[in-house]
Design a protein around this ligand. Structure first.
Ligand code: GDP
Ligand code: ZN
Length: 459
């Protein structure tokens, strides 16, 4: 049985730090802590809950491991909903390991990945969206991602789901009445009312899905492809943006064959930069593979940085690249501005359909601020929307909302075609179940385990 074991783990991240925390949760948490933590001024087991105690972590022979603070959080008012003790000592991996070993010797078992949060879920402290948000908070790559994760953690997604399910329940109940008492026309639900109710649900699910695409960008970053023909200066630009020599820069055309991914933050939004092999028609098979990849990364990119060597006249490849940018989210970079320029901005504008164009020198850094300013215009728009409205940032949720929407749309079609009520009830019940799986009201153990296995130990 779950509640019978007491679990423990190092809760802070591995490595040296000012402090490190050992977390213990379960029925014996306090009693185990009492055996290894010698509190000043009286036994730890007699501590007032939520009050920090100063003391020492001691071995069986009374020798000291480290000094620190410990606090007892009494069930059900703790993170897991069980008795929890947290011991803070210095952030030394050795001291933390020894302390954890003592805790385990005294009867605790090592916590599995995410087990503290899983217990919180099983004890009803969090629903599944909130538990998943805990991990999103930990992994947040930028301010916008953090604010979305915090809003999920505070229950914004849960309450959306609950509202939606309540509306579905209401419609299902009314339909069932018409099935059970077909003769009586009580306050019989008219087809128009039914349709109206379903359209409302359909719209709110569809809106949520539309916004979730933005949610993905905020969480995972704007996928940015750096493209251009060999030697235009793609790797140099990547390095200038990263301000480090991470990608290899060379004079031989076609040497950047693999896609390299790095990420930078502009205006709180991460840009995932992909330096791709040159876009050029070629017979060389090895280079061909790189070029395929460049095309593929252009296709799935949210933003394209097209690099052109401004010190040379536009080549046919440059012209092809520029005209393929029409209507896309892109910036044209006329590189090598430190050299005499051969390319006219007007030509670039005309070919690309007025994509913003910037002259800069990736090698010497001039013009980089203009590029960052242009990037900020793009990310600023994403950032400003963050936090205000609810987004889905988790693929599992997106998938379930899509399925619910499909069921609602099937029901809507049945209503419009005058199908019998029981047929509509089937689809609505399906939508209701799918929505419930988001918050964890209708899920199986396997799914739950799968979700928590992605967590880190100690959380
Ligand atoms: P890639 O093949 O598009 O990735 O191009 P690289 O970044 O490897 O650069 C190719 C060559 O152009 C290297 O010799 C770079 O030093 C040079 N280069 C890149 N940017 C500039 C620049 O702004 N000015 C000048 N003069 N040379 C540059
Ligand atoms: Zn390169």
């Amino acid at each position: 049985m779950y509640e019978e074991t007491t679990i423990a783990a190092i809760a802070t991240s591995p490595g040296e730090g000012g402090i490190g925390i050992i977390r213990i949760s379960g029925i014996d948490a306090c009693c185990i802590a009492d055996k290894i933590f010698q509190a000043r001024g009286g036994k730890f087991a007699e501590s007032t809950p939520y009050l920090m105690r100063f003391g020492h972590v001691v071995r069986g022979d009374k020798t000291i491991v480290d000094e620190g603070l410990a606090v007892f959080m009494k069930a059900p008012h703790s993170y897991t909903g069980e008795d929890v003790v947290e011991i803070q000592i210095h952030g030394s991996m050795e001291a933390l390991r020894q302390t954890l070993a003592l805790v385990l010797e005294n009867g605790a078992v090592p916590a599995a990945r995410g087990e503290f949060t899983k217990r919180a879920f099983l004890n009803g402290r969090l629903d599944l969206t909130q538990a998943e948000a805990v991990m999103d908070v930990i992994e947040a790559k930028g301010a916008a991602a953090l604010s979305q994760a915090e809003s999920h953690l505070s229950g914004k997604l849960s309450s959306f789901v609950h509202t939606c399910r309540d509306e579905l329940t209401d419609l299902i109940t009314k339909l069932e009445v018409t099935i059970d008492y077909p003769e009586e026309d009580l306050e019989d639900l008219t087809n128009e009312q039914m349709e109206e109710g379903l359209v409302t649900i359909q719209k709110s699910l569809a809106d949520l899905l539309q916004r979730s695409e933005e949610g993905r960008i905020i969480k995972d970053g704007l996928r940015t492809a750096i493209v251009g023909r060999p030697n235009a200066g793609k790797s140099s630009l990547l390095n200038a943006l990263l301000q480090e020599d991470r990608a290899i820069v060379t004079d031989i055309p076609g040497t950047t064959r693999d896609t390299i991914e790095e990420s930078i933050k502009i205006g709180g939004v991460p840009l995932v930069l992909m330096d791709t092999a040159g876009l050029r028609e070629t017979d060389n098979r090895v280079e061909q593979i790189g070029i395929e990849r460049a095309r593929a990364s252009m296709e799935k990119a949210d933003l394209i940085l097209a690099v052109i060597d401004g010190s040379q006249p536009l080549t046919p490849d440059d012209r092809n690249l520029l005209s393929s940018l029409k209507g896309r989210n892109a910036i044209v970079i006329l590189n090598k501005y430190d050299l005499p320029q051969e390319t006219e901005i007007e030509d670039v504008r005309e070919l690309s359909g007025n994509i913003p164009c910037i002259r800069l020198s990736a090698q010497y850094g001039s013009g980089m601020d203009d590029l960052k300013e242009e990037l900020r215009k793009i990310t600023g728009h994403q950032d400003a929307d963050a936090g205000r409205e609810l987004f889905l940032t988790n693929l599992r949720h997106v998938d379930l909302v899509k399925k619910s929407l499909a069921s609602v749309e099937r029901a809507l079609e049945s209503v419009r075609n005058g199908m019998p009520a029981d047929c509509i009830v089937v689809d609505l019940t399906e939508a209701w179940t799918q929505m419930g799986a988001i918050t964890g009201d209708t899920v199986d153990d396997e799914l739950i385990n799968g979700i928590f296995e992605r967590f880190c130990v100690g959380k």
